[in-house]
Design a protein around this ligand. Structure first.
Ligand SMILES: [Zn+2]
Length: 505
């Protein structure tokens, strides 16, 4: 399938597109955005894993997303990175060490012997680190987590280091994972890890979550700090909708001395919300928060289960309605020169998840108007989109009987947010309870760390291939970069490997 787009990479720095696709691209005129840099962080090894036949989380959605992004040639407008897996130490920056250790050793074979009670998991989570029906132990689980987390950490570092202004990782955004517990298909909370990276330089990070589920894991992690402001828009029903948290009056700790007080906003919604109502709330709430809090960086979780026709969702959002939130953040961040980290999240109708994240990629590179709504003729996996027709923008609204969010519901949310923000101190007086490292020191450290890792990698390669192999690979990579075909750190990965991803384990 990849051969339709690129010729097999055969030791020469070529990246040959079929003539037809070249023509399509020329017509579309997609190029790097002016005035800011966008980076795409994606390790295709993450695509190998499988939660199980009946599980709604389909990793295939990531392959479809990549197929669309590359089919539209949008990777040409971004710096493309294939980051290494996060290390146990990096993961332990947030997660408990015993939990990380558990994830790294548990397998489908040994789990029943280690914890016989897991044979009958009940409810949303079990007594053992939250694993069970929703969060199964599958082959390669820890590697899967380390790959998607590594991409988020890498993206955050590129933003801190000013190597990127808008960084994307569609494989990340796993917002339910807790410090010592898996939850809601999430094991490692890559969002928290990325925000911790941003906090090494940025005094105030705004976290925005548009997944249909409440962003409980991130909210809990930063509950008691004023350095992260969490805003989550989600379906809320305490009794029947996972995770049952995030009511309107949950705005942070109650204790008056706790700095996290009033630094959480929850926007609870009912079934069937439309593009129009969602945009109205999003623009008002995020507009007000950015004015009051004046964040120095934004992290946007783009869970696509808030789209209409999602297998687990209940909203009526269309691709463009969902993408409106991304557009808002891109406009704000590029206008005020603030870094933006854009992450994936939930999304259980894979082809529509891919459509949304491809459209949102086009928004990030400023090419939304240039992308042809008809899916590229020669893209890989085109057949997977057949059900709604070969368009990027099928009608996903109107599948629920009605919009159960009344005008009174929306007004109540607006009133509550307006009142709450009166207690958030104006931007100039926002005090930091923790002084971040001075940027120049951070950069020197980051550079040292980068060089050490590079050396380590080269030595490992040398051990494996001998110096000849190493030098040949280095010069190939340099040539690729010189030609502007692949920028950033693709490591030793071949282009064809990046395109197709390895086969499922
Ligand atoms: Zn979700």
């Amino acid at each position: 399938m990849a051969q339709d787009i690129v010729a097999e990479y055969d030791h020469r720095p070529t990246f040959t597109l079929s003539t037809k696709l070249e023509n399509e691209i020329r017509q579309q005129g997609i190029e790097k955005p002016k005035g800011y840099r966008v980076s795409w962080h994606h390790n295709p090894l993450v695509e190998r894993y499988h939660f199980g036949q009946l599980h709604p989380m389909k990793v295939w959605r990531l392959t479809l997303t990549k197929s669309l992004i590359m089919g539209y040639n949008m990777h040409h407008a971004m710096d493309v990175y294939s980051p290494p897996a996060a290390t146990k130490e990096e993961i332990a920056a947030f997660h408990k060490e015993d939990y990380v250790e558990f994830l790294s050793v548990a397998t489908p074979k040994n789990i029943a012997e280690m914890y016989p009670e897991l044979a009958q998991p009940t409810g949303y989570s079990s007594a053992v680190y939250g694993v069970g029906d929703d969060c199964p132990i599958f082959d390669g689980l820890f590697e899967y987590c380390a790959y998607y987390s590594g991409a988020s950490v890498d993206a955050a570092r590129k933003l801190v280091n000013q190597q990127s202004d808008v960084a994307l990782n569609w494989t990340g955004g796993l917002h339910h994972a807790k410090k010592g517990e898996a939850s809601g298909f999430c094991y490692i909370n890559d969002i928290v890890l990325a925000i911790l990276e941003l906090l090494t330089h940025h005094p105030r990070v705004l976290y925005i979550d548009i997944d249909v589920h409440h962003g409980d894991g991130v909210e809990q992690a930063f509950w008691s700090t004023d350095r992260v402001f969490c805003v989550s828009f989600h379906k809320y029903d305490k009794e029947v909708f996972f995770p049952g948290t995030g009511p309107l009056d949950s705005t942070g700790p109650i204790h008056p001395d706790n700095p996290g007080r009033n630094h959480t906003i929850n926007v609870p919604l009912n079934d069937g919300i439309t593009d129009q109502d969602y945009a109205y709330l999003f623009d008002y709430v995020i507009g007000a928060v950015t004015r009051h809090y004046d964040p120095t960086a934004i992290v946007l979780q783009c869970g696509a289960d808030s789209l209409g026709h999602d297998r687990l969702g209940c909203f009526n959002l269309n691709i463009k309605g969902h993408g409106h939130c991304v557009q808002f953040c891109v406009d704000y961040c590029t206008k005020f020169k603030k870094p933006l980290l854009v992450l994936g999240g939930g999304g259980y109708t894979p082809r529509n998840v891919a459509r949304a994240w491809a459209h949102e990629t086009s928004v990030c590179i400023g090419a939304a108007d240039l992308v042809d709504p008809t899916l590229p003729e020669h893209m890989p996996n085109r057949e997977a989109f057949r059900r709604e027709g070969m368009t990027l923008f099928p009608n996903l609204g109107g599948w629920r009987t009605q919009n159960l969010n009344t005008k009174a519901d929306l007004d109540k949310i607006i009133r509550s947010v307006t009142e709450q923000l009166k207690y958030v101190r104006g931007a100039p007086s926002v005090q930091m309870n923790y002084i971040p490292k001075e940027i120049s020191i951070w950069r020197a450290e980051a550079e040292k760390e980068h060089q050490a890792r590079k050396l380590d990698r080269e030595e490992r390669m040398e051990d494996r291939d001998g110096a000849g192999g190493l030098l040949a690979k280095q010069s190939r990579r340099r040539e690729l970069e010189r030609n502007g075909l692949v920028t950033g750190n693709m490591g030793n990965m071949k282009l064809s490997e990046f395109m197709t991803g390895p086969s499922v384990v």
